[in-house]
Design a protein around this ligand. Structure first.
Ligand code: MN
Length: 271
């Protein structure tokens, strides 16, 4: 089994070293990750400039490749042939903070796994409830153990096309955690504030500040699990269709055969 390991914090981050170390007992591991931090970069495809790949090492001295691209670029590079051999599984992480609810489309960790799903390669994103401020002091081993077990499960059972798993691990040791649950995506609440200041030339600049995001703590969701110190495993799909809105939009009259005439809004008399 050939496992591609990537992340969004950069190839030298401690989380990816711990993840790769745990996965080496499952299969052959190739590490290919960005050469810098791309956290909250979302799903990217770099089309307007060339990408470079450089041999390097992870924080624990194991061989790796660093790319000048985004996390999702790293996955596309590997899948399309920049590394040797077909890839059976992509695992992204370990991100030092959780990716819950609506975080998933911002997250470089999760969107790297989404890129694998585009190519129908099973993928897992792994994040833990740590702290960016203490990035280097976290113990990534419990989350790495969880990641290894989930990876073994995915390799044994497979995943349907265009799907991925978003795994979030509470802080603490494995015995401090309250088990592991399969969850759905919950509701994040953001407390972003726009900070506006003036640069030395007197021109304004903008910076997103504010408080850490919160969310609705609800049983059965990723946010509910993490609030309860429980490992959360959410199956996600690339199909974002709001199926419940299909018939509503048809009721609006948005489906038409003849586009040449102005439509009459349903339920209102023509003027
Ligand atoms: Mn990150």
């Amino acid at each position: 089994m050939h496992i591609l390991v990537t992340n969004d914090d950069g190839v030298h981050a401690p989380g990816i070293a711990a993840l790769a170390a745990a996965l080496r007992s499952v299969g052959r591991v190739t590490v290919l990750a960005p050469d810098r931090n791309w956290s909250a970069s979302g799903h990217v495809k770099t089309l307007h400039k060339p990408l470079r790949l450089k041999a390097t090492t992870t924080a624990d001295g194991e061989p790796a490749f660093a790319s000048s691209g985004a996390p999702s670029d790293c996955v596309a590079l590997a899948v399309l042939g920049a590394v040797e051999g077909p890839i059976d599984l992509v695992v992204s992480g370990i991100n030092p903070v959780c990716n819950l609810g609506h975080d998933v489309t911002y997250s470089g960790t999760v969107t790297a796994a989404m890129e694998a799903a585009v190519w129908d390669i099973p993928a897992i994103a792994v994040s833990m409830n740590g702290d960016y401020g203490h990035f280097n002091d976290l113990d990534y081993r419990p989350a790495a153990t969880i990641a290894r077990r989930v990876a073994e499960g995915v390799l044994r059972n497979g995943l349907p096309p265009k799907t991925l798993l978003n795994v979030n691990v509470p802080s603490g040791t494995l015995d401090q955690m309250r088990g592991q649950r399969v969850t759905r995506q919950g509701h994040r609440v953001y407390y972003d504030e726009l900070v506006v200041r003036n640069d030395p030339r007197g021109h304004p600049y903008y910076w997103f500040g504010g408080d850490e995001p919160g969310g609705t703590v609800e049983t059965g969701t990723d946010l509910g699990a993490i609030a309860n110190k429980t490992v959360s495993i959410s199956p996600l799909r690339l199909d974002l269709t709001a199926v419940d809105l299909l018939s509503t939009l048809r009721d609006w009259g948005l489906e038409r055969d003849d586009l040449s005439e102005e439509p009459t809004p349903p339920g209102r008399p023509p003027s």
